[in-house]
Design a protein around this ligand. Structure first.
Ligand code: HEM
Length: 663
């Protein structure tokens, strides 16, 4: 069998077969590819055989089960009725009064383009010729090596706030995103399972024989669970194709702090003074302890920290947990202040008003501080993502569905994984480094925050250390070592996961999205040269058979950044469209006028909020911070004392002549 001809007929024509054969050193890769293809082509029958009994496909909510019994075929939970309250629900229901389930948990992502499943319904795509696409891991190895290039301007904080935003917006149903269950879809010794044994929800990643990390112990299989879809849950009423479900609500509403349903919210509240529950240790507040800490976190000592929050991913990495801590403390800081200003307010009012302010600040920081760095401020204004105004922004549109776009969360946003750095600096008040920690050592180990000066050193690390540049290079801590256990040398590959996930979701190809944004469709690989470098186009030519096969996450990530932006045109289009929908489709957006919103004076105060002040106010003892906390220290962005940074004046929430509840 001529492997080269079978897998990459083009290379034979181009005389490039040698290079390719070096990359996939032996022909058993062919057998694996054929095997993989057979697995996924027969997925239908596997699903039928397994009768949807797998753990991860069982519904997490009784209500959903009930709905299924009643043969109610919409995904998510349909509220009995919408009372027009002035506060958001936790699950996002009734945000849109015409379509009350829009944006609620356990509903499908939206799409800009129809999915491209190989069977037209749910099987991952194949190449145009019908052969398997190149291995996700091989693409990762060739195109996304670890070349340490620091950003010139932006701190690690820009990356980290990005992750918290994405956790606010979506979470694929069916995977934890905090650890890797390697035996779910592969054999115990890391081999592909026999076809009959492959669980229905699996789409394992094949590891090439010459893999620099995994060939040493002959691991050939990386476990991968497919995202749960509306078809798996029998709630695919409107869709012919499988649509992936997201398990959190779709709004930018700090759901990772407040929970995505009433029950979780109940567990998170103190029900006194409007406060969130917090454990106090050494005079500081920390999120409550996770119920099953030893399974959730990697504990060195039984009492090590392991947190419970509105989002199950809180313990994934310490800087993510850090932002959880900060936003929890911010809630309680606001609640305590409001309670002094309005002693007659009961717990519920204090809680909801504090939540509303906290969300307003978060929306402001996300749209006015964070987003413009990625899409360019001018662009953001031109595309009505942000407004240069002192007044309200009254463009809520009930016909705009804020449901998260699959292309956004399974495509464009994931490119920001390239910003992650593999060594976290612990920085003292004088901004000298006290040392570093290795990223893969501290995953699922939030205890580091509670060690001496841990939280503050990491806050200063976030705002002092530079993030990795927005480019194709990825730190090996996430491509070779992610989620490795203490007794393991290697872990999983996040970039390969991103590619595999986009295929799992049937995301249309890079060429399709070029066409969507009126960028000429490439007929031959060289046509990609308009936005992709020659070196990368050559690599794409080595990997893929046809320009139509190039995955969105791959093509988009290789585009040169547009002037003033940190992304190329294809991802820019997706991010702009998604950001517009998130804002304009949110009836409770902080800049909207009306009973749900702030009065004008309060809105102007919310607009003073900043990431720097947020960190200052809620660290243990941060004394100084630069005004623009996503940017490095410089002459124009020097360290200032925290109290000299603009702050939101909460006295405007004192009920009286200028401010009355409910309008
Ligand atoms: C700080 C280090 C980070 C780690 C360790 C990390 C890890 C992960 C993991 C394990 C997944 C799930 C992969 C899969 O199974 O498909 C994921 C998904 C994702 N990540 Fe990250 N990530 C990080 C930072 C970021 C950043 C900075 C962004 C964007 C600004 C981001 C955006 C996303 C998005 C959009 C998803 C999909 C969310 C969904 O489930 O809908 N991540 N990440």
């Amino acid at each position: 069998m001529n492997v080269c001809r079978f897998i990459y007929p083009m290379f034979v024509l181009n005389g490039l077969c040698m290079a390719q054969e070096n990359f996939f050193k032996d022909s058993s890769i062919y057998e694996d590819l054929v095997k993989a293809e057979t697995i996924y082509n027969s997925a239908d029958s596997l699903f039928a055989r397994k009768n949807h009994q797998s753990d991860i496909f069982s519904t997490s909510s009784n209500k959903i089960n009930l709905k299924m019994e009643e043969n109610n075929i919409e995904c998510g939970i349909i509220p009995d009725h919408c009372s027009n309250t002035i506060y958001r629900s936790y699950d996002g229901s009734c945000n849109n009064l015409k379509n009350p389930t829009w944006g609620t948990p356990n509903t499908p992502y939206n799409r800009l383009l129809p999915p491209k499943y190989s069977d037209g319904i749910k099987d991952p795509p194949l190449s145009k010729s019908g052969k398997p696409l190149p291995l996700a891991r091989s693409i990762s190895l060739l195109l996304y090596p670890d070349v340490p290039v620091e950003d010139h301007i932006f701190t690690l904080n820009l990356m980290q706030y990005g992750q918290i935003i994405t956790h606010d917006l979506s979470m694929t149903t069916g995977s934890s995103q905090t650890q890797h269950y390697k035996n779910r879809c592969c054999s115990e010794d890391g081999q592909l399972l026999d076809l009959a044994e492959v669980p229905a929800h699996c789409y394992p990643m094949i590891i090439p024989h010459d893999d620099p990390a995994h060939s040493h112990d002959n691991t050939r299989c990386m476990s991968f669970d497919r995202t749960v879809t509306n078809k798996d849950r029998n709630c695919a009423s409107r869709h012919y194709t499988a649509e992936q479900l997201t398990s959190v609500n779709h709004y930018l509403d700090l759901s990772f702090i407040y929970g995505n349903d009433d029950e979780t919210n109940h567990q998170l509240r103190e029900f006194k003074g409007g406060r969130l529950r917090a454990d106090t240790r050494k005079g500081h507040q920390w999120p409550p302890r996770a119920a099953n800490a030893s399974a959730t976190c990697r504990l060195n000592k039984p009492k090590d920290a392991c947190y419970f929050a509105g989002d199950t991913r809180i313990n994934q990495n310490p800087q993510l947990a850090l932002l959880h801590v900060i936003l929890l403390r911010e809630h309680n800081r606001i609640a305590d202040t409001l309670s002094k200003l309005n002693p007659h307010w009961e717990d519920e009012i204090l809680f909801q008003e504090s939540r509303k302010i906290n969300i307003g600040q978060h929306q402001h920081i996300t749209y006015y501080e964070w987003l413009p760095y990625f899409i360019g401020e001018e662009n953001a204004v031109k595309t009505k993502i942000i407004w240069k105004t002192d007044g309200f922004v009254n463009d809520y549109n009930e016909y705009v569905d804020a449901t998260v776009l699959n292309e956004h969360s399974t495509g464009a946003l994931r490119q920001f994984h390239s910003l992650i750095v593999g060594r976290l600096h612990l920085i003292e008040e004088n901004r000298y480094s006290k040392g570093t920690v290795r990223f893969s050592d501290v995953l699922r180990r939030p205890q580091i925050l509670e060690e001496k000066h841990g939280l503050d050193n990491l806050i200063r690390g976030l705002t002092t250390q530079l993030q990795s540049a927005f480019d194709q290079f990825h730190d090996s801590e996430v491509t070779q070592f992610l989620f490795r256990n203490d007794n393991e040398t290697f872990g999983v590959d996040l970039k390969a996961f991103d590619i595999q996930r986009s295929r799992d979701h049937g995301i249309a190809s890079y060429n399709d999205y070029r066409e969507l944004w009126k960028i000429p469709r490439a007929k031959k690989f060289e046509d990609f040269l308009d936005f992709i470098s020659l070196e990368n186009v050559e690599k794409l030519t080595k990997l893929y058979e046809s320009p139509d096969d190039v995955d969105l996450v791959v093509g988009g990530s290789l585009e040169k950044n547009l002037p003033g932006a940190l992304v190329g045109p294809t991802f820019l289009g997706i991010i702009v469209e998604a950001s517009y929908r998130t804002r304009v489709g949110d009836r409770f957006w902080f800049e909207n006028e009306g009973p749900n919103g702030f009065n004008l004076e309060q809105l102007q105060e919310i607009r003073k909020s900043s990431i720097s002040r947020l960190l200052c106010d809620n660290g243990n003892n941060i004394e100084k911070m630069q005004p623009r906390g996503f940017e490095r220290l410089s002459f124009s962005n020097p360290l200032l004392t925290c109290h000299s940074l603009p702050a939101v004046d909460l006295s405007l929430w004192k009920e009286g002549y200028n401010f009355k509840l409910y309008g």
